[in-house]
Structure formats: C-alpha cells, structure tokens
Design a protein around this ligand. Structure first.
Ligand SMILES: *Cc1c(COP(=O)(O)O)cnc(C)c1O
Ligand SMILES: [Zn+2]
Length: 500
C-alpha cells in the first residue's frame, strides 16, 4: 500500500506520465515527435533512438532515493508497475499507466553458477534467465514497450486499425504475436519467418497466438528487407528492433541487473549474444542512463559475443583504429545460435555510437567483442544445462564467450559475470537432439563430444509378449513379472544394490 511507504519517497512511488519523449536520428541528429510512427529518419534513412526532454530533471532526485523508490515499488500490486515499467521514468515516461500492457515480462531470475561450473570457467558468474519471460525470450521486454506505445497512440486517437508486422529469427515473432493478440481485434499481427530457419517450437508460437505467419525463402536478412519495403509503402507498424521503442523496453534488462546486485556495478561484466544488435545497444544504453542519473556509480564491462558463422560486429571492431573501421555485412553460415544468425545487423549504427559514448564515460575501454566457434557454443550450452541452468544455444554462446574473454584476459578471476540466457532451452532443443544423435549437418562444423551425449534407453522385458498397452492390459501375475523384470534391469544399469 503506497500509504505505508516512507515519507521521502511516497510522492514518487506512483509515477506520473510527465516525460517528453522524442525520436532522434543517429545520422543527422534531427528530432521528431513520437505521436507519429517512425522507424528511420525521413531525411537520411538512419535508425532512431528515443530520448526524454525532461531527462535532466531526473537528476533532481538523488541516486540513493531512486534506489529506494525502485526497491519499494517492488512491493506494489499494480500490474502496470510489476514488469519493465517499475522503471517508468527511464522506460516510457510519457505513457500513462492505463496504456501499459503487462503479460508477466521482466524481473527474470538471476541464478549463480555452481562451484564446478565456476571452476571450469575461472570466475564467478550468474545466468539471468530471460527465457522465463512469457514468450520464453528477452524479446518480451521490448515488445511490452512497443505495444504499450501503440496502445498509447490508440488511446490518444492518433492511430486505429493497426496491423503490426515483423521479420524474425523466431523469437521476435513469438513475442509480437503474443502481445498483439492480447489486444484482440484492436491490433492484428503478421510475421515473416525465413523458411526452415526457425525451430518448430518458435513456429508454433505465433500460430498459436493467431497471427498471420508467412514463411519466406532465404535467411533473416532477406525477410527484413521485405518487412522494410512493406513498412515504407503500407500503413503497417514495424515491431522489429528498428522500432526504437523496442530498444527502450530492453533497457530494463540493465536496470534489473543493477537492482539485483544492490546497485554495485564495479567489477561486473555483462555478457550478451549479438544478432541484430538491438539488445546490446539497449543494455549499454540502460547502464549509461542509470549512471548519468547517479543510480549506479560504476559502469560494468560489456562483452558482446558472436559466432564465427555470423560475426559482422566482431569483425568491425577487429580494426583498432576507430577512424579506419568500416562496416561490411557478412554472408552468414549455418549456426546453432540461430536467433543471432544475422549478417547485416539493423542496429549497427546504434552499437557504434553508444559503445563509443560508453567507453568515454567509463574512462577506459569497457565494451568488448569476442568470437566463438559453433563447437564451443554447443559444448558450453550442454555443460551449463548439466549444471542446473536452462540456457538456449545463445545462452551457450554467452558462456563460450565468457570462457574466451577469460582466456583473452578481458575479464579476470576477481570479477563477476552476468550472462544473458536470452531464450529458454526448450525452444532450441532440436539442436540438442541433433548433437546427441551425432547428426548435426556438416556445415555447422560441430562434432558431438561423447562425454556430453545423453540418450534415452528403452527397457524391454525378456518376454516380448508380456508388454502392457492401453489396448491389452496384462493379468495381475504377468504384470508383477513385468514390473520385477524391468526394475531389475534398471537397477543393474544404475548399479544399485538391494537394501537389507
Ligand atoms: C533476438 C535474439 C538474440 C539476438 O538479439 P539482437 O537484439 O538481435 O542482437 C539472441 N538470442 C535470442 C534467443 C534472441 O531471440
Ligand atoms: Zn537523419
């Protein structure tokens, strides 16, 4: 109950929609109002970010008071403030609470690695399980923000008859379809997927949410071009991370880490996989905003990880001389980190600008990019999950990246890493099946390590006629024989001894 809260924070506990947000172009710095739908700068076609004209007034509240506000807000039972909008003033400060959609996203668990796994890597680390979001990936953070912004425009009578579309490596479409479906007939959604390049679980999600699903031959980058073409010609709302609202919502990931670790970001390293580079842009931006508002007093290191089969960002930063760097899109090769298998990341301009600013504010290099093999991604994913985690292949990519960063001395044993398990393991269980059956297609360049293989064994009775089925139940004596026979076989396999 807000009434019970301490006097110094009582008036701040329920946020008001006081922010004045605007789009700013990363190319020519032109500013545009947010009451129109905009994805790129009409003048120079560059991507945008959202800023708040009232940003400086956030500094009127001291950092420790903000910390207290967020800690007390944790106790509220108001749905609009239970998810990413706990940080309303930093997420979508112009959106009234009744336009906010909450489907249970955000505030995902942070799980410490056990001793065995820590020793294998060389330092202490945690997984932040963003696969425990409603559509089982971190994309729900951005989607809650984007859909709340659309609801806000609808409530303001600025738009109607909305058709929302996106291209996807699987998780964006699952999330977009879920959030759009909550608004029923108010918002319809259509998603474009690269044919056979998303897992069957990911395909079932938008279908289950009732979205129109289009499969397109090619890879994600090809789908993205079609979506861009559609959104430049037709009145559709783009839900890809080109949409700056997505970035804004995903900044919540950083705010939560700050809060989870008691606002102490010194000697922390955040590890994220990079695909379209929207997420790493958001993660960097989030920490900058909290640092500038005095809520955290240090910036953590950030390590972006890419597979050698989709590594344009890593390649860009191989050139140490900033003035000589040149972005070249790559043609992707098959990757088990399929959700990050992108050769021409839409958010590259955001990464370039934000990481430069981040390093400047931090006073030394704090943003790093590492490249890992497909083999390392699979092997580390399986090892993580053998030790109590629920990491997807991209989560495996993070752990492979941390191992690599330790090897390269980017991090050392006194630091603590927080890894993004970006989706739930079960979305990508097909790759695990292929690995266990030694059947990953050759072009992935992965061979199965026998130590990590785990397959079920079928246990059959001696007498093949004495098998229970739904059609034909066994008589009592036969059934008891069956139970004993199978039990003995399992006990033998488990090397169990009969207890006295
Ligand atoms: C989208 C996605 C990524 C990549 O994030 P970007 O913002 O595109 O860089 C990584 N992992 C999973 C599970 C994803 O769904
Ligand atoms: Zn511009």
């Amino acid at each position: 109950m807000p009434d019970y809260f301490p006097e110094d924070i009582k008036r701040y506990i329920i946020p008001e929609a006081k922010g004045e947000l605007y789009y700013q172009c990363l190319g020519c710095s032109a500013q545009y109002p947010i009451d129109k739908l905009l994805y790129v700068c009409p003048a120079c076609q560059e991507v945008l970010l959202i800023h708040d004209r009232k940003k400086d007034s956030l500094k009127n509240i001291p950092g420790p008071v903000w910390q207290k506000i967020f800690d007390f807000r944790k106790m509220l039972k108001i749905p609009a403030l239970k998810g990413i909008y706990r940080y309303h003033e930093f997420i979508g400060s112009c959106i009234p609470l009744d336009s906010i959609i909450y489907l249970g996203e955000g505030h995902t668990p942070v799980v410490e690695a056990n001793q065995q796994l820590k020793e294998k890597i060389g330092l202490s680390f945690f997984y932040k399980n963003d696969g425990q979001n409603p559509s089982a990936s971190f994309k729900d953070r951005g989607m809650a923000s984007a859909l709340s912004s659309i609801k806000y425009l609808i409530d303001q009578k600025l738009i109607s008859n909305v058709i929302a579309i996106c291209a996807s490596t699987g998780d964006t479409s699952a999330s977009a379809a879920l959030y759009a479906s909550y608004f029923g007939p108010l918002i319809k959604s259509a998603v474009l997927l690269p044919h056979k390049k998303v897992t069957s679980q990911q395909l079932s999600q938008p279908l289950g949410s009732g979205a129109k699903v289009f499969e397109i031959p090619g890879v994600f980058d090809d789908c993205m071009k079609i979506v861009e073409h559609l959104s430049s010609r037709y009145p559709v709302i783009l839900l890809n991370s080109k949409n700056a609202w997505r970035i804004l919502g995903q900044e919540s990931y950083s705010y939560e880490i700050a809060q989870d670790f008691d606002w102490k970001m010194k000697d922390k390293a955040i590890v994220v996989p990079i695909g379209n580079a929207g997420n790493i842009s958001a993660v960097m931006n989030g920490f900058i905003k909290f640092f500038e508002a005095g809520i955290i007093d240090a910036l953590p290191k950030i390590i972006g990880v890419q597979s050698e089969h989709a590594d344009p960002v890593y390649r860009y930063y191989l050139e140490p001389d900033e003035t000589r760097r040149k972005f070249v899109p790559v043609n992707t090769k098959p990757s088990v980190a399929q959700a990050a298998m992108i050769g021409n990341p839409v958010s590259m301009p955001r990464v370039i600008q934000i990481s430069k600013k981040y390093n400047e504010i931090a006073g030394s290099r704090h943003i790093f990019f590492v490249q890992v093999t497909e083999q390392a991604i699979m092997d580390w994913q399986l090892q993580a999950n053998h030790n109590g985690h629920i990491a997807c292949t991209q989560g495996g990519e993070c752990l492979a990246g941390l191992a690599k960063a330790f090897e390269l001395k980017i991090v050392s044993s006194h630091e603590i890493a927080i890894l993004d398990a970006t989706a739930h393991a079960i979305k990508f269980s097909g790759f695990q099946d292929l690995y266990f059956n030694n059947a990953i297609p050759e072009d992935y360049k992965i061979s199965s390590n026998p130590d990590f293989i785990n397959l079920p064994s079928l246990v059959l009775p001696e007498d093949k006629d004495l098998i229970p089925s739904q059609e034909k139940r066994l008589n009592e004596k036969d059934f008891q024989g069956f139970v004993k026979d199978i039990s003995d076989k399992i006990a033998k396999k488990l090397k169990l001894e009969i207890c006295e």
